[in-house]
Design a protein around this ligand. Structure first.
Ligand code: ADP
Ligand code: ZN
Ligand code: ZN
Length: 752
């Protein structure tokens, strides 16, 4: 037995860069008092030198002396994560079955990890006094220093060092010499690179108006403030129809928290789509001398570092951003706001596969803070928590301007198809409405539901969609073998040649993109009408995207064509018509959330019309005018929809009644991939996990992705950590082929 190190300090360090386990390291005497949890340290690992983060000051095990390695150095004095965020990281590893490495990777900006300090700018200053003449005389042998010194004295105030050196054509060494001789003083000022400064501050149209709260806003605010005063963990849903003034309620809650010395984290689905929210935040809080940090994926490493240090130092107490901002190091965090909490973009579709909203709720718990979730169409998960009294709720049922929700017309596309003897993409009533708006100099939005990478059999005559007999979801048509398959359980059957419901031979598979809609619209409207398109490809070209939105806002575009992304949070007062080209598309996805999403999208889209002083109208083209999601959305009946959809979910024990864990196998060989998925299913059959329902294996909707075949299995469970523990025991013993990889997606959202 080797001797065990007893009296030197041993800590637990998690190395970065693909290492999924924390290791024990010794701390050299000189560093013992400086090492804290969350500090970055340099370590040697095998033959490499790398960086790691201190996760714990007491190791799980004490390695033998001869094996013990010592950390090489401390990267910087300040810890990069506090204990709260480390606890959050540990929880994410357990709950989402992801490696600590990936979780930490997402939490710490790379610039911070690389150990850069924050970007500081040097200023220099020298004052004129009785000794000045003497000094100048002494400097006669160093003309450069003399030149700089006399310039500084002449200026009499602080000047930027590098700019000054450039003007005078003097080297940095002269400046350093003056400083060393105490002839000049140096100051360092942190400069924050604010990517959104110019993009958001120009919006004068969003000056914060003073208004008194509506009765409902007042009531909601009072309820929230009362809850905040308890200073305990409290998830709270603010359910308010579009245009009911939820933002103002958020602001009231923020002001309360800030006045009590707390910090605020404000999450939006996509920052580029929330320019109004950002300028409203700035408009409101800059006045109160609070700076608002914007945190989003387009930030450069340096910008992210600045944002990060503004928050850790406590200089800024408000951060607004998309999903990953949930990890922003806000000090004394007391309020987390998650706007449009139902949005799918809060779920990360790569490792770590976390849901920003759920991480937000957990983080609020760690901080004894409030998590305020807002939506017009809350997710069923959140509503389930309200029903179980885990979350409290306030409601805003009226728009602030007291106007009704826009009038929604359903266009039955089956009738249009009959009348026109083919399947029109834009129906006659919609085209008429577009023309009318154009002549009235009003604007329209045409909305197309993207997605649907697979085709489902849809009957144009009766709207029938082929469904799986066991899973209550649409089946998918596979061109390769002419079969219909269920992507949940794998059930298959030959594709029908005629509609099993009405016997029509016109069963079709169709698809059309935004580009095509744009062309068709142009051909049906006067030549001068300006039509533009916004779609997913544009998101990468940030400027083009912003420019298009800007032109639309200024009235230079008559009709904007886009995917669901334009349904979120934008508000354009001159838009009086919204056309929904294909309301059924989400219903055809092989996804039990299809109805919920169709409902949410329609409701959001309808909220875009008639926000100015003109009334709005919505035209919805549908092959399934009687589908509950469409009917309830038309009537603006959120409660009605929820009741019906909850019943369906309960019957099948789908989420929110149980958690859904998706297990995906992928590999280059289709045979091997499906073989191992089957083998694994057999393991679970022979050695079952308690309280879990298993569905599959079946091919994933995207059967082949980037050259990999994909098969998946679904687990429905009441308790994720218990399930994962049992799962792991079996999985560790399962000999998976090296060419096959498997991943787990806990609370899977997008089933692709
Ligand atoms: P929601 O987020 O609920 O869709 P918003 O917060 O965007 O609604 O508010 C819609 C509009 O109503 C905004 O332009 C906002 O400035 C305005 N507004 C909010 N509260 C009031 C109020 N009490 N009186 C007048 N206008 C208000
Ligand atoms: Zn099925
Ligand atoms: Zn039919």
């Amino acid at each position: 037995m080797s001797e065990v190190v007893s009296n030197s300090k041993i800590i637990e360090v998690q190395p970065f860069g693909g290492y999924d386990q924390a290791l024990s390291y010794g701390v050299p005497q000189s560093l013992i008092n400086r090492i804290q949890i969350g500090c970055l340290v340099r370590i040697s690992l095998g033959r490499r030198n790398t960086i790691g983060i201190v996760l714990s000051l007491s190791p799980k095990e004490r390695p033998p002396v001869n094996k013990l390695k010592f950390i090489t150095s401390l990267v910087q004095e300040q810890p990069v994560l506090n204990e709260e965020l480390i606890r959050l990281a540990r929880w994410m590893c357990t709950y989402y079955a992801s490696s600590i490495d990936h979780v930490l990777e997402g939490m710490i900006p790379s610039a911070v990890k690389e150990g850069m300090g924050e970007k500081k700018k040097r200023y220099i200053h020298a004052t004129k006094d009785s000794k000045t003449e003497l000094v100048l005389a002494e400097l006669k042998n160093s003309p450069q220093q003399k030149k700089l010194f006399s310039y500084l004295v002449k200026c009499g105030q602080e000047v930027a060092l590098h700019e000054t050196l450039k003007i005078l054509d003097v080297g940095i060494s002269s400046a350093n010499a003056l400083i060393k001789k105490k002839l000049a003083t140096e100051t360092n000022k942190v400069i924050e690179r604010d990517a959104y400064e110019d993009e958001f501050s120009d919006s004068n149209d969003f000056v914060d108006q003073e208004f008194s709260l509506t009765k409902e806003q007042k009531k909601a605010t009072d309820e929230i403030i009362l809850a905040l005063q308890k200073k305990t963990f409290q998830p709270h849903l603010l359910q308010g129809v579009t245009g009911s003034g939820k933002t103002e309620v958020y602001f009231q809650a923020m002001e309360k928290v800030l006045s009590d010395g707390g910090g605020v984290l404000f999450l939006v689905p996509e920052v580029a789509l929330a320019p109004q929210t950002v300028s409203r935040l700035r408009g409101r809080f800059n006045k109160q001398n609070e700076s608002v940090v914007v945190w989003h994926s387009h930030l450069s490493a340096g910008e992210r570092l600045d944002a990060w240090s503004a928050l850790t130092s406590g200089r800024s107490r408000i951060v607004v951003g998309a999903r990953s901002a949930i990890f922003a190091p806000v000090q004394n965090l007391k309020l987390i706001i998650i706007d449009e909490e139902h949005e799918p973009s809060y779920k990360q579709e790569e490792s770590p596969r976390y849901h920003g909203r759920d991480v937000g709720v957990y983080r609020a718990m760690l901080n004894q803070a409030m998590c305020l979730l807002g939506s017009a169409t809350p997710s069923l998960e959140t509503l389930h928590n309200v029903a179980n009294k885990k979350y409290s709720r306030s409601t805003l049922s009226q728009r602030v301007d007291g106007r009704d929700l826009p009038l929604v017309h359903l266009i039955d596309m089956r009738k249009e198809a009959q009348r026109e003897k083919n399947i029109p993409i834009l129906s006659q009533p919609l085209v008429e409405a577009l023309r009318q708006r154009y002549y009235n100099r009003e604007q329209s939005i045409l909305f197309l539901n993207r997605r649907g990478f697979n085709t489902t059999m849809l009957c144009p005559d009766c709207g029938n969609v082929e469904q799986c007999k066991d899973c209550s979801i649409s089946m998918t048509f596979h061109r390769t073998d002419g079969q219909l398959r269920c992507h949940i359980c794998g059930y298959r059957k030959p594709a029908p040649r005629f509609c099993p419901n009405c016997r029509s031979f016109d069963i079709i598979k169709k698809g059309h993109g935004t580009q095509r809609i744009e062309d068709i619209t142009q051909s049906l409207l006067p030549r001068k009408a300006v039509i533009r398109r916004i779609d997913a490809d544009m998101m990468s070209k940030k400027n083009l995207f912003r420019q298009t939105l800007d032109e639309f806002r200024k009235g230079k575009i008559d009709i904007l064509v886009g995917t669901q992304m334009i349904a979120k949070g934008l508000d354009f007062p001159n838009v009086t018509l919204v056309g929904v080209i294909d309301a059924d598309l989400p219903l055809r996805m092989e996804d039990f959330r299809a109805s919920e999403r169709a409902f949410q999208l329609l409701t959001q889209v309808s909220g875009r019309a008639g926000r100015g002083d003109r009334a709005g109208e919505v035209y919805v083209q549908t092959y399934a005018p009687h589908a509950p999601s469409i009917q309830f959305a038309r009537k603006g009946d959120v409660e009605g929809f929820i009741v019906e959809e909850m019943e369906m979910r309960e019957e099948f024990q789908y989420p929110p009644f149980r958690h859904l864990v998706r297990h995906v196998f992928r590999g280059r060989s289709e045979e091997k991939t499906s073989f191992y998925a089957e083998q694994w299913a057999k393991v679970l059959e022979n050695n079952p996990i308690e309280n879990v329902d298993i569905k599959g294996p079946a091919p994933a909707p995207l059967e082949k992705m980037k050259g990999y075949y994909r098969y998946h299995i679904f687990y429905l469970t009441n308790h994720v950590p218990k399930f994962l523990a049992q799962f792991r025991k079996r999985r560790e013993k399962f000999p998976l082929d090296v060419e096959i990889h498997d991943i787990l997606d806990v609370d899977a959202f997008q089933i692709s």
